[in-house]
Structure formats: C-alpha cells, structure tokens
Design a protein around this ligand. Structure first.
Ligand code: PLP
Length: 365
C-alpha cells in the first residue's frame, strides 16, 4: 500500500478520557469529566421535543444545505444565507477549509499552543505549519503578521484560545486584519464566543463586511450543549463559503443535529443562563486558585488553564484517581492543566481533590 507519505507518521487525535473508561479502569462509581469543555448544564430543554418530532424522519436523508437552520442564523447575525456553511462540528469545517486551500508545501501560521486540529489538518494536506509563541498565553498578532509570506494561505486565530482561554482584543484584531495581505485567509475560531463577557472582545461576525478574507467558525457543541450531535458553522463572504461548500460531503450534518440546533438558537434564555453560571464558576475557581497560590490565565471561555507547579501529567493521574478528569500534556505548558468550568458542585469537588493532591505533594517535598 502507498499512502500519502506525509500522513504515515501522524498521531491519532487523543480526546479527553471518557467517563465510562475511567470508572471501569479505576473502579470508581462517580467520575466528573472536566476535560473537553462540554456544557455541565446539558442543552436547552426545547431540544428533546425537537428531536422527538424529527424521529419519524430518520430514514430520510437530511437537507444537505440545512436551509431552515441557515435562514435562522442569517436572521440572527444579519448576514445573507450564502454566507453560512455547516459542518460535522466545527472540526469538519477546519478540515474542509484546509482541504479547499492547501497544496503541499503551502504555509500556514498559528499559535504554538492552540487548538491542535489546525495543525493536524495542515499536516494531512502537506502544508507547513509555522507556530508562533503565545505571549503570556495570548496570540502574538504582531509576531504572527511577521511570519506571513508569499506561500502563506491561512492564519488561524483561536479566540478565546484553547487551551489558554485568553482573548485578543478588538483593537489588536482589527489592526492585524488591516495589515494581513488580501491573499491570506484568516480563520477566526470562535467556538467559545458566546461565553465571553469582556467588552474588549470583538464579535468576528461584525467584522465580515470589512474583511472579505475572514472566516468565522462557531459551534453548537459548547454553550448550546450539543457536542454529541456534531454541528458547527462557518460564516464568511459568499466566495469563501462557496469554495468550502465545493469540497463538502453532501450530507455532513444530520436531521437530528439540525433539529436540535434550530431549537437551541431560539432559546436565548438558556444561553444567557449558562453564560452567567459559567462566569460565577470562573470567579469561584479563580478565588480558589488565588487561595492555593496558583497562577492561571484569564479565562474567557468555559475552561481555565492553571499552573499546578508540578508535572501536569502527574497531576492528571492523581486527579483521575480521585474521579476527576482534566486535560494535561500541553507541550508549551508542562506544569499547567486545563479544567472545564463545571457546575458549582463539580467545581467544589475539583478544588477539594486538587487541594488534597497538592498537600500530599507538599508533604513529600
Ligand atoms: C477552539 C475549538 N475549535 C473547535 C472545536 C471543535 O468543536 P466541534 O467540532 O465540536 O464543533 C473545539 C472543540 O473543543 C475547540 O476547542
């Protein structure tokens, strides 16, 4: 067999550890997963009825272009329907964008610690990733701009950034977009946008009319709580959306996913409630980290990256033994873990477990 040479040694994506695996492996009855930035409050109560009424249609292919859902989002964001595309999660939109734009040896610019799917898709297409160090956990847009060359096809900006949770300010972002050459597509991944409350944050969708080379990615997996239904969307200029549509599979989102998304968009109260509870959770966790003398990055999404001042992979295992799954293994931040902001009860249990592990470690120093 002769696969593409550049994919032969690619790693397989390692998702957050599933709850069932941890229960089985460690013989635990109760396990809390704070590893994949899922919504601890589930999804809108309207979703159940929407899914139930769609069940009678599951033998029929979905609407491949999601006309009704497109209409709802176009209205919500004040854009035209030909500016929106849906994907099997925003993951798929990242893959499709890479598929549509990269030729082998093209260059792409991203932060050195950001959502790993940008680089993995660039690798699959044979493009060269230029990874620019974050500055205090924040995208260094000046340094990223300096790395753009003739071969650069795409710049990825994750805002808020996964895993650090930091944002780039509106002013920095627009200054960057003003300077990026017109031939470069800027992908602004806003998977956590609905959680942000900071007034310095710019909503990328409002910038689309000024910057034709901008593509904004959003998802129903996070604040809307539909991660298992795999539905995300991209908004950009019709020309960009058409290109990505040309490489899209015909039925890449499901009837159930579309029905659930339609019901979710309408439930603005649920989104506001999740945002508020998330903010309280961030305040609580920040206070606890302060009390424990731990540094953390300012969190704007539904997760916090905290420096546990010990090998993060060891902390991961110690917390796992206490039934708490977090995320570790960030190459640039070997002593940081990323923890999803859970419910008040989950957050308190996490802090209790963290404190116990830290005090055992201190006792051994
Ligand atoms: C920054 C970012 N972008 C995109 C995604 C992909 O989300 P989904 O494919 O579920 O829409 C995630 C998921 O964790 C993410 O953190």
């Amino acid at each position: 067999m002769l696969p593409k040479p550049h994919i032969v040694n690619l790693p397989v994506y390692q998702p957050g550890k599933p709850i069932e695996d941890v229960k089985r492996e460690l013989g635990l009855d109760e396990v809390i997963k704070l590893a994949s930035n899922e919504n601890p409050y589930g999804c809108s109560p309207r979703v159940r009825a929407a899914i139930e009424s769609e069940l009678s249609n599951i033998s029929l292919y979905p609407d491949g272009s999601a006309v009704e859902l497109t209409g709802l989002l176009a209205k919500q964001f004040g854009v035209n329907t030909d500016q929106i595309i849906f994907g099997c999660g925003s993951d798929e939109l990242i893959a499709l964008t890479a598929r549509a734009f990269f030729l082998p040896e093209d260059e792409t610019v991203m932060a050195d610690q950001t959502f790993s799917v940008y680089k993995s898709n660039a690798d699959i297409e044979g493009a060269i990733s230029i990874e620019v160090p974050l500055k205090d956990g924040v995208h260094d847009l000046d340094a990223m701009l300096a790395k753009i060359g003739e071969r650069t096809k795409i710049v990825w900006i994750c805002n808020p950034n996964n895993p650090t949770g930091t944002i780039v300010s509106d002013q920095k972002l627009t200054a960057f977009l003003d300077s990026v050459p017109a031939h470069v597509l800027v992908v602004l991944d806003e998977a956590y946008a609905e959680y942000v409350t900071d007034s310095e944050y710019s909503d990328g969708i409002s910038l689309l009319s000024k910057y034709p080379n901008l593509l904004v990615l959003r998802t129903f997996s996070k604040i809307y709580g539909l991660a298992s239904l795999r539905i995300g969307y991209g908004i950009g200029q019709p020309k960009v959306i058409k290109l990505i549509n040309q490489v899209r599979e015909p039925f890449n989102t499901s009837r159930i996913g579309q029905a659930a998304a339609k019901a979710s968009v309408a439930d603005v109260e649920f989104v506001a409630e999740c945002r508020d509870k998330n903010r309280s959770g961030i305040h609580y966790l920040n206070d606890q980290f302060d009390r424990l003398g731990l540094d953390y990055f300012p969190a704007h999404g539904n997760f916090i990256m905290v420096d546990v001042k010990t090998k993060a992979t060891e902390m991961f295992h110690s917390l796992l033994e206490k039934g708490i799954i977090v995320r570790a293994g960030f190459s640039v931040y070997p002593t940081h873990i990323r923890v999803t902001v859970g419910s008040a009860e989950q957050n308190a249990r996490f802090i209790t477990a963290l404190e116990q592990v830290l005090s055992v470690k201190q006792a051994h120093v």
